[in-house]
Write a protein that binds this ligand. Structure first.
Ligand SMILES: [Zn+2]
Length: 333
């Protein structure tokens, strides 16, 4: 496959059946892991022999940037891991076997020691970068706590923006993750400012007497009995937008009246509770989808095919799996 032109490869992939494509993707990923470990091994050997000096490079990092053409961050990661692999060859074996990713190896690189590697390496097998960070913090709390990056900080970034950095407890993290799910925020980490803004808005709308007084005054002034709430109070007043508590119903057909398609709120709540507020799509190998946001109620027997709103005929699917099911059942979404 190495010598195959990418256009030929693309054309051959388009002709594969699903099973062959899965198998070939897994094989390509395996190959990538092997290549990655081989690159690290080569960089480590070059570093040991100081061969980069012959290329007029002042360091192995410089060599990676200028000769190998990696970006600065990629060069730094590879040099850091190569250095750790010289001291701890087990790390290179784990990389080649695919037990540890390059990102996780980077997290371990400066922290591995003769004393901790027998425990730390196996503990990080098959873990994501975030999971590995949690494991490292549990094994070596002092190495994480002492980092200046972990001191609470509120730094002005511009006239209107700040950087907030602070250590938080596992309990608070779990609460924030649940808030993100309930508020329909797909990535807590990537959308943290948006999440905090929503939490602050909802809290103020519920608890701030000054805001309530302002809203009351506005209502009196307008004289309207059912005035739409100001934007600050919107999240509380618009619970129907909460995708976890009120998921959107499957709409496979647009011919039915929306009134008849409405699933009673109590039934929706029951189905969500039964599903554990998580997508119920399960692969043939028994792996369940982990999506807990943008959940939708799906009819096992489609509504368009006379499926009822009985809870026994309902399940919870994420938007993507709901679309997939619709495509499989009706040919398009
Ligand atoms: Zn799903």
């Amino acid at each position: 496959m190495e010598n195959m032109r990418i256009s030929q490869l693309t054309a051959s992939l388009a002709n594969l059946d699903d099973m062959a494509l899965w198998l070939q993707t897994k094989a390509a990923a395996e190959q990538e892991k092997q290549c990655c470990a081989a690159v690290i091994a080569h960089i480590a050997e070059l570093k040991k022999r100081k061969l980069f000096l012959l290329y007029a490079c002042k360091s192995i990092f410089d060599y990676c940037c200028t000769v190998l053409g990696y970006s600065e961050s990629k060069s730094y990661l590879r040099c850091q891991v190569a250095g750790a692999c010289i001291r701890h060859p087990e790390l290179l074996e784990d990389l080649a076997a695919g037990a540890i990713s390059l990102c996780v190896a980077g997290k371990l690189a400066s922290r591995l020691s003769e004393e901790n590697k027998e425990q730390l390496l196996p503990a990080c097998h098959g873990k994501t970068k975030h999971q590995a960070e949690v494991i490292i913090a549990a094994h070596l709390p002092e190495s994480v706590k002492d980092s200046p990056a972990n001191k609470p900080e509120l730094v002005p970034l511009s006239a209107d923006e700040y950087v907030l950095r602070l250590p938080i407890t596992k309990n608070l993290l779990a609460k924030l993750q649940r808030c993100a799910e309930v508020l329909g925020i797909a990535s807590m980490k990537a959308q943290l400012p948006e999440l905090l803004e929503k939490i602050a808005t909802i809290t103020l709308a519920a608890k701030d007497p000054e805001l309530k007084a302002t809203q009351q005054a506005a209502r009196k002034k307008s004289g309207a009995r059912k005035l739409a709430a100001p934007s600050l109070a919107t999240p509380v007043g618009s619970r129907s937008e909460d995708p976890s508590s009120r998921p959107r119903e499957v709409t496979s057909s647009t011919q039915d009246s929306p009134r008849t398609r409405n699933i009673p709120a109590a039934t929706r709540r029951e189905v969500l509770r039964r599903a554990g507020y998580q997508c119920q799509f399960v692969t043939s190998e028994g792996q369940r989808c982990s999506q807990r946001t943008f959940l939708q109620v799906d009819h096992l027997q489609a509504f368009a095919k006379n499926g009822s709103h009985e809870s026994a005929n309902l399940q919870i699917l994420c938007q993507q799996h709901n679309n997939l099911k619709g495509a499989q059942e009706f040919g398009s979404v």
